[in-house]
Design a protein around this ligand. Structure first.
Ligand SMILES: NC(=O)c1ccc[n+]([C@@H]2O[C@H](COP(=O)([O-])OP(=O)(O)OC[C@H]3O[C@@H](n4cnc5c(N)ncnc54)[C@H](O)[C@@H]3O)[C@@H](O)[C@H]2O)c1
Length: 344
């Protein structure tokens, strides 16, 4: 049985709490035993909703050891010795500090995306994992989402030949639920460019490797929040045309909509309105049968299996997810220079 402690009971923390409880009820050997948040309301089980409906009931808080201070939780729980995994669902500006502390205290760590605010922090995190021999994985959930896994297999296996072009998009309403509004403070979250767009940046690096250069145009709309809308061209040596766009200012009834469209020499794969369509140039289009589970549950189960089997975290190694932050840093610089290409 793997015992887990979770720090940060906001929108994403609540989603992770529900997943641990679901895995436990399905017989998976995991038990969430300790929770921590600075906000007393969360410790009473009063959660806020975010932009993705992940569902879940109000948990029975009496089942957990509760903490209002992450340092106290890590110190106390490391002495108690029951917990082997710490799940960090804190705001981005706290990721490196508490990931490093948890690793040094002897825990394996699953930390939410984006890995950290900058490459320097990312490197400290991955170096600490290597030094301590503990496992660290960043929850880049698209690497575990069935539609993206299907796409990844097509790219890796070369089923339709080489990639000619690709477009990735996510957009939706402005996030207004966060603790003291940290998501809309650029110095704490990095804005939409680092917080939301990072999903597609990580996907592009995961599928195609590091681009040589990026060229970004971006716009600030909400005072103080950094770049809220971004469009980036990723420049590769072979001339493939890769673009990603993000926009978190689409309010009203728009909701949240991600999509991708990837064109290969012999076909294309499109994911839109939650439906994946495979379109071979010759033959009939079809909708592949995919696992029904979300990427969130698959990513957490993957990490727990890596811990219990002591197997490497090959699907999302921290050195690789750190590259998404390096690309995003180049995008910000390019946007500051009004689209001038910047080397990655
Ligand atoms: N994978 C995804 O699809 C996805 C979706 C949303 C958010 N996220 C990520 O999850 C992380 C959290 O985002 P969120 O939307 O849940 O934010 P949030 O503000 O809703 O949650 C953060 C929680 O941390 C708590 N907190 C803040 N400072 C603390 C401290 N010093 N000690 C203890 N608790 C503290 C807050 O009270 C809050 O409950 C971010 O990194 C975000 O990018 C990922």
């Amino acid at each position: 049985m793997i015992s887990v402690g979770l720090i940060g009971m906001g929108f994403m923390g609540k989603a992770h709490i529900d997943i641990y409880n679901r895995l436990n009820s399905e017989g998976f050997p995991v038990k969430l035993v300790a929770l921590c948040d600075i906000d007393p309301e969360k410790l009473k089980g009063n959660f806020k909703r975010g932009n993705i409906d992940i569902g879940g009931e109000k948990p029975d808080m009496s089942r957990y050891r509760l903490y209002d201070d992450p340092d106290k939780m890590l110190d106390t729980e490391s002495r108690a010795g029951e917990i082997t995994v710490i799940d960090i669902t804190l705001p981005t500006y706290l990721h490196s500090q508490f990931t490093i502390k948890a690793l040094l205290k002897g825990f394996n760590v699953l930390c939410e995306k984006p890995m950290a605010l900058n490459t320097k922090e990312c490197l400290s995190m991955s170096e600490t994992a290597a030094k301590t021999g503990k496992k660290l994985m960043i929850a880049q959930c698209l690497r575990f989402q069935p539609a993206y896994e299907y796409l990844k297999a097509c790219v890796t296996e070369g089923r339709y030949g080489k990639v000619n072009g690709a477009y990735f998009y996510r957009g939706g309403s402005t996030p207004v639920w966060s603790h003291l509004n940290w998501l809309l403070k650029s110095e704490l979250s990095g804005g939409a460019l680092l917080d939301q767009h990072i999903h597609d940046v990580d996907t592009i690096n995961w599928l195609f490797g590091l681009p040589e250069k990026v060229s970004s145009v971006a716009k600030n709309v909400i005072p103080g929040s950094g770049y809220d809308i971004v469009s980036t061209n990723y420049i590769y040596a072979d001339g493939r045309v890769i673009n990603a766009q993000d926009d978190w200012t689409l309010n009203g009834g728009y909701g949240f909509r991600p999509l991708f469209r990837v064109g290969f020499e012999k076909g294309n794969i499109v994911w839109e309105n939650n439906v994946l369509t495979d379109n071979p140039n010759e033959g009939k289009s079809f909708i592949p049968e995919l696992p029904k589970e979300s990427g969130y549950i698959r990513e957490i189960r993957y990490f727990l299996n890596a811990v219990s089997n002591n197997s490497p975290v090959t699907e999302a190694p921290p050195e690789n997810t750190a590259l998404a932050i390096r690309i995003a840093e180049a995008e910000k610089l390019s946007a500051d220079k009004k689209g001038e290409p910047v080397s990655v």
